[in-house]
Design a protein around this ligand. Sequence first.
Ligand SMILES: Nc1ncnc2c1ncn2[C@@H]1O[C@H](COP(=O)(O)OP(=O)(O)O)[C@@H](O)[C@H]1O
Ligand SMILES: [Mg+2]
Length: 246
Amino acid sequence: MAKGIFIVGTDTDVGKTVVTAGLVYLLRKNGYHAASFKAVQSGGIQWEEKLVSSDARFVKEVSQWEEVQENICGYCLKTPVSPHLAARLEGLKLEKSVILEKYQALCNQYDYVIVEGSGGLIVPLINPNYMVHHLVKDLDLPVVVVARTGVGTINHTVLTVKYGQHMGLEVKGIIMNGYTGKIAEKDNMQVIQDLTGVPVIGVINRLQGIDVEKGAFGNLREEFERKIDMKVFLKMMKETKGCGRK
Ligand SMILES: Nc1ncnc2c1ncn2[C@@H]1O[C@H](COP(=O)(O)OP(=O)(O)O)[C@@H](O)[C@H]1O
Ligand SMILES: [Mg+2]
């Protein structure tokens, strides 16, 4: 059975893709057959005849992994707005079954699948009534929340954790991204842990030269090797229910 986790952001641009890439890199480097899955990408980049998912491409580059975009991205839309609106503007009807089938196919082929959402939990995904949290539930996956470290993060992160739990999701851990060493950031993390009871399982520094759209990843690999305890992460993944035929 493949084990999976759903990476949820407190917002867009908080580092979901950076974290997904770092985790897939770590798993693959340690010999685990791991994949990422971007359920719906909006703001895809036009490259010759093709729309490229910068998120899927970034994960592949960081983890030196070869895979066909169509297999690891449910839908890739061009307009950089909420997926449901991008689909409407582009005259497409997104089908939940397509996303579920692609995820299932990855589970049949890989041992670990890290799914990246779009924006936060209450982002309309395939239509105005089907949000990211509905997909988490349909995929039956536990959640890791990626949060900013600076001002405003207590409110965003606690709301995300509590709402996720309210919707019946299992929130396993929080990864704080973009840490610069300020006292306020340290305090934010402590307050978040105290208020949610969910452990911070990793703190990723603000790094130079990271640009997901441009495929620049600086010292991201080294940072994840230093900062993420693979044992904790693997244990967390192994506790999950799993899917697929293996
Ligand atoms: N740890 C980090 N250090 C420096 N810049 C970061 C870091 N994490 C994210 N960024 C910046 O934020 C941008 C958005 O990150 P990304 O992972 O694509 O967010 P999301 O997937 O949540 O939208 C990146 O292109 C990069 O410029
Ligand atoms: Mg992303």
